[in-house]
Design a protein. Structure first.
Length: 369
DNA sequence: TATCCGTGGGA
DNA sequence: TTCCCAAGGAT
């Protein structure tokens, strides 16, 4: 048993000694307040590993509310992992469009194929075997092992890190405190109902032990919480400072042909928005605006480009993007261009990420809000 | 270890 | 407006 104040960097023992948090108390709270989510099975039953895996991939850095409709659509279209493995990658990317972190979609498809090829279409009930699959890291392997197979794995996600850092008043900032939190979390995983216990931690972090304004008075672990005792629960976990986001700028080329179609292009398989479709654009460079003559060198065709007023803004994880949109028309649509012609009415069926949907909206409006 | 990789909602 | 954050993984 690991004890707060022993060998871990924890807050000051500024009060009465507290009892250890008891998994049974958390499980009792879970049984009374369990959230019904689309990927969860009925109480007392173990969920379908395919459903668990699909939901866990979608839920990486993504909210429950956002994932819900995507999860339902994927399951309706591909009811089994074998169905998903047999799908075209582009169909998967189209269904994933708008959800972000598009490498997840490529790895999802690769993982489905690996499950079929290596494991006969059944997810392995083994944490290390799960870890070997594409798109499954330490967290997801443990989460699947616990939730789908009821194994005593330690799934460390943002919720668990927050709950544990408060319970034990871990004041060292993330990510440096991750090993400490992992050790504390592992020591708590119960032999009985580890899957429900894991989901209970998620629910606790999502509802009561939330990032802001935690509701400590309703918490099943309130009497064991060092962070609450020390009055610092809402300040934890501490996090290392993040770098400021730079701004990058570029030009997007809205090219139409005589049939009213628009030129789209597939982005490279790796990197930002990998494998997704785009309105052809220049490089996105930091600093000052790309000189217009330089931007024209990126144009997909030599036509008379007209700059639209205003600008399309979008923020990614690590930079702001400002895109100038220019429009051009290709009279000779027999000319060779790099990309595919697509009617605007068919855009909904394209693997267009959100930033490109913004460009589409802006170009079609002529640069008006 | 640090960086790259999306998006939408809330404070 | 700006910042933060959400069931992280790959390199």
């Amino acid at each position: 048993m690991i004890v707060a104040g022993d060998s871990f960097p924890v807050g000051p023992a500024g009060g009465p000694d507290l009892p250890a948090p008891r998994p049974a108390d958390l499980l009792a709270w879970y049984d009374a307040h369990r959230r019904q989510l689309p990927w969860r099975s009925a109480p007392g039953t173990v969920a379908d590993p395919y459903h668990v895996w699909l939901s866990e991939i979608m839920l990486q850095q993504t909210t429950v509310v956002t994932v819900g409709p995507y999860f339902q659509r994927f399951l309706a279209r591909w009811p089994t992992v074998a169905d998903l493995a047999a799908a075209d990658l582009d169909a998967v990317l189209k269904e994933w469009a708008g959800l972000g972190y598009y490498a997840r979609a490529r790895n999802l498809h690769a993982c489905a194929q690996a499950v079929v090829a290596r494991h006969g279409g059944r997810f392995p009930a083994d944490e290390s075997a799960l870890l070997d699959l594409p798109g499954i890291g330490a967290y997801t392997a443990a989460a699947i092992a616990a939730i789908a197979f009821d194994l005593p794995a330690t799934a460390m996600d943002g919720n668990v890190e927050r709950v544990l850092s408060r319970i034990y008043a871990v004041t060292d900032p993330l990510p440096g405190s991750k090993p400490t939190l992992k050790a504390l979390a592992s020591a708590l995983v119960p032999a009985k109902r580890p899957g429900d216990y894991t989901q209970a931690l998620f629910d606790l972090g999502a509802t009561l032990c939330s990032p802001r304004n935690p509701c400590c008075v309703l918490c099943p672990w309130r009497d064991a919480c060092r962070g609450r005792r020390d009055g610092i629960a809402d300040l934890l976990p501490r996090k290392a400072e993040k770098a400021a986001k730079p701004t990058r700028r570029g030009v997007a080329f809205w090219l139409t042909n005589a049939r009213g179609q628009v030129l789209l292009r597939r982005r490279p398989e790796s990197g930002l928005l990998g494998g997704m479709m785009e309105v052809p654009s220049s490089a996105w460079e930091p600093g000052a605006d790309l000189a217009y003559t330089r931007a024209l060198a990126w144009a997909p065709a030599a036509v008379d480009w007209q700059r639209l007023p205003g600008i399309v803004r979008h923020t990614f994880t690590h930079f702001h993007l400002e895109l100038t949109v220019v429009r051009g028309h290709l009279v000779d649509d027999g000319a060779a261009v790099d990309g595919v012609w697509c009617a605007p009415a068919d855009f909904h069926d394209q693997a267009l990420p959100t930033v490109m949907r913004k460009v589409v909206t802006w170009a079609r409006s002529g640069g008006k809000d």
